[in-house]
Design a protein around this ligand. Structure first.
Ligand code: AOF
Ligand code: ZN
Length: 363
């Protein structure tokens, strides 16, 4: 096997941490000695041992003189864990092959510099694109301190998210809907507007076995969420945040008694200030948010510049209907030239449906 093949193995190991490592990265590592894979490890859970130490601890032979493949630059700081560079030096590793550089200001090239200063042969940027893509959430969060927001919606080929009667169950098939459930496991928060609560009374949990529920965030400027809604009724089991501009202590208390947290924020154009909300959620270690709309919140989110990615699930169906809703409403842009532009689009077929995933390109 060559460097790329070992790095591919390290990437597969890293993915096993998906959903459990946030707000830290997914990382995988492989130890290879004279062509034999003698150790493998990954970062399993936030706060626990890093991938490099797990791989070294799993070695079936003495790693002295071996090569370590790791998807992210080894750390050199004391955080919840001791520096990985120390473990690499102690183990007598001769060569380190790295996928992504670590933009964490505590590391940022210093990990690699320390290894080189100790005479270790370091090769950088092996499968860098794949390694970077794996941790796009971490890279965004560690550099901006705000959550990575993915706007997700399911629509027909004529761009409708419901029929004119408001019915939306279901637009896409089972495979696409399971894919969405996996996103709910992967993202730390899920955000909707109060309109979605009033229209659909959703639970917003992750229904895959062994999955993790995201923190539910409801943007509710005037506190109109019904106390009898499913999200409020289950707030003692699943963390639920109401983001509001309503400072009425009595109204707030009713939600708090039900187990919700109420975040009172500034207003921005008559709605919750989303940038301020993202800053607060970032401080609470929420590194990623799946934005499940509806149209009013989706537009406000785009306009506020908080959206990094769009995930459009598209069903080969047509609903028609002048009054049938579209995924993004609000005022919209006046001219095609003023469009929000998307880049690095990826297309995936999910049964009969398609997912287009793109990054938002802010000027
Ligand atoms: C991880 N897992 O496998 C690697 C990480 O607080 P700590 O000690 O867990 O350090 C977290 C930082 O360590 C993280 O932001 C990243 O820069 C670096 N590498 N982190 O959680 C790992 N290799
Ligand atoms: Zn480390």
């Amino acid at each position: 096997m060559n460097d790329k093949e070992y790095m591919r193995l390290a990437l597969q190991l890293a993915k096993k941490g998906c959903g459990w490592t946030s707000p830290n990265p997914m990382v995988g590592a492989v130890v290879v000695k004279e062509g034999r894979t003698i150790g493998q490890g990954w970062h399993q859970r936030y706060g626990q041992a890093h991938a490099e130490r797990n791989a070294l601890a799993s070695c079936t032979e003495d790693p002295q003189g071996a090569t370590l493949y790791v998807t992210l630059e080894p750390c050199c700081h004391y955080g919840k864990q001791p520096p990985c560079v120390d473990a690499i030096l102690d183990a007598g590793i001769h060569r380190v092959v790295v996928g992504s550089a670590d933009p964490n200001p505590l590391v940022a090239g210093k990990g690699i510099a320390i290894l080189r200063a100790h005479g270790i042969d370091v090769t950088e940027n092996v499968l860098q694109e794949e390694c970077d893509a794996l941790n796009k959430v971490f890279f965004h969060y560690i550099t901006t301190k705000r959550p990575f927001v993915s706007m997700k919606y399911a629509m027909t080929m004529d761009g409708k998210i419901a029929t004119y009667t408001g019915a939306s169950k279901w637009i896409t098939g089972e495979i696409a809907r399971n894919h969405v459930q996996r996103q709910r496991h992967r993202f730390r928060g899920i955000m909707v507007g109060v309109g979605t609560i009033l229209a659909d009374d959703p639970l917003l949990t992750c229904r895959i076995e062994g999955g993790r529920d995201p923190v539910r965030i409801i943007c509710d400027t005037h506190l109109r969420t019904p106390l009898q809604s499913q999200v409020v009724m289950t707030a003692k089991q699943v963390p639920t945040i109401l983001a509001t501009c309503c400072g009425d202590p009595e109204k707030q208390a009713a939600y708090q008694q039900a187990g919700c947290r109420v975040l009172c924020l500034e207003a921005h154009c008559g709605h919750v200030n989303l940038l301020q909300l993202m800053e607060q959620l970032g401080q609470e270690q929420i590194d990623s948010i799946l934005l499940e709309g509806g149209g009013t919140l989706n537009w406000s989110a785009l306009e506020s510049g908080i959206v990094q990615q769009v995930q459009a699930y598209i069903a080969p169906k047509l609903f028609g209907g002048r009054d049938a809703k579209a995924p993004i409403e609000g005022a919209g842009v006046p001219l095609p030239d003023a469009a929000f532009r998307l880049k690095n689009s990826r297309l995936e077929q999910l049964g009969k449906d398609f997912l287009i995933e793109s990054e938002v390109e802010y000027p």
